[in-house]
Unconditional design. Structure first.
Length: 297
């Protein structure tokens, strides 16, 4: 009886990854993306720049579309186009904020709509409905070795870049005036961080598409916010939630026969709602039942 239950559990949780190489590649891709998305998403939430992540994710689309139009399904061309377009949009939005009275969130929202419409128009004109769906929702189960190396390399560069600027970045989040007083260049740190956001979303785009990539970037980070206060611990927890969401989403996609990208993001959304309701910090449970919170304390 116990052995039958164990065999069944093994078949549900591990057999798909053991039997199929495309499932293993998809899992490794999700783990690599989650490692980079955890700390990047945590900083975006900390800086109240969640909309910026969404806008940059959609700015990837026209660059990838241009690469697709001129070079077909060439991974290097689409990657270079995606990074160039997203980086350009982030720099222009930051410049508009600096040169005018418009706030940063309004600038990103405006360019988000422009780039999304432009990308959809380019793909719809030069491609097909299948191409458009792949660009928007990704095809993580179709990850090949070249894409996997690109995703892993981009995630490694993101983590290395974060390690270099981590201390001044955190100081700039909490006390930018102090950073300037000690000679720190907060503007340069901010621009470098935005390039890391672009790099992370470009790598995630290869697997999850523009619409789904931002889900794995922001949902684990917003979920982790309800469990812990420390920035480092929250970033680690966000990466763990993202990795767990990737594995569970792939299993749901395999067993239920649903698209893998939406399944991953929906599972991350489920963990966010669970954290919102039951988390240890500022959750609905603690707001609605404060007396129970005091008893626990």
């Amino acid at each position: 009886m116990v052995s039958d239950w164990f065999v069944q559990l093994y078949g549900w949780l591990f057999q798909p990854f053991v039997d199929y190489g495309f499932m293993r590649r998809a899992l490794v891709a999700c783990l690599a993306i989650a490692l980079a998305c955890g700390p990047i998403g945590t900083i975006l939430v900390l800086r109240r720049m969640s909309l910026a992540g969404d806008a940059i994710a959609h700015a990837v689309l026209p660059g990838a579309a241009v690469g697709f139009i001129f070079f077909g399904l060439s991974l290097p061309a689409m990657t270079i186009g995606s990074f160039a377009a997203a980086a350009l949009m982030a720099l222009i939005a930051a410049a508009v904020t600096q040169w005018t009275a418009q706030k940063e969130d309004a600038s990103f929202a405006s360019f988000y709509l422009i780039t999304l419409a432009l990308g959809v128009m380019l793909i719809a004109t030069a491609g097909s409905k299948v191409d458009l769906l792949n660009f928007l929702f990704g095809s993580v189960l179709a990850i090949d070795d070249e894409s996997l190396l690109l995703i892993s390399g981009a995630s490694s560069l993101t983590l290395l870049g974060l390690a270099i600027i981590w201390r001044p970045l955190i100081i700039e989040c909490f006390d930018p005036i102090f950073l300037r007083s000690v000679g720190g260049r907060g503007g340069l740190i901010h621009q470098f961080f935005m390039l890391l956001v672009v790099l992370t979303l470009v790598s995630a785009f290869q697997a999850l598409g523009t619409l789904m990539a931002v889900g794995l970037l922001m949902l684990p980070a917003t979920a982790a916010r309800f469990w812990c206060a420390g920035v480092v611990v929250r970033a680690l927890l966000a990466s763990a939630i993202g990795a767990f969401s990737g594995a569970c989403g792939l299993l749901i996609s395999y067993h239920v026969n649903v698209p893998s990208g939406p399944a991953i993001v929906l599972f991350a959304g489920f963990l966010y709602l669970l954290s919102l309701c039951l988390g240890a910090r500022d959750s609905l449970r603690l707001i609605w039942f404060p007396a129970h919170q005091h008893k626990e304390a």
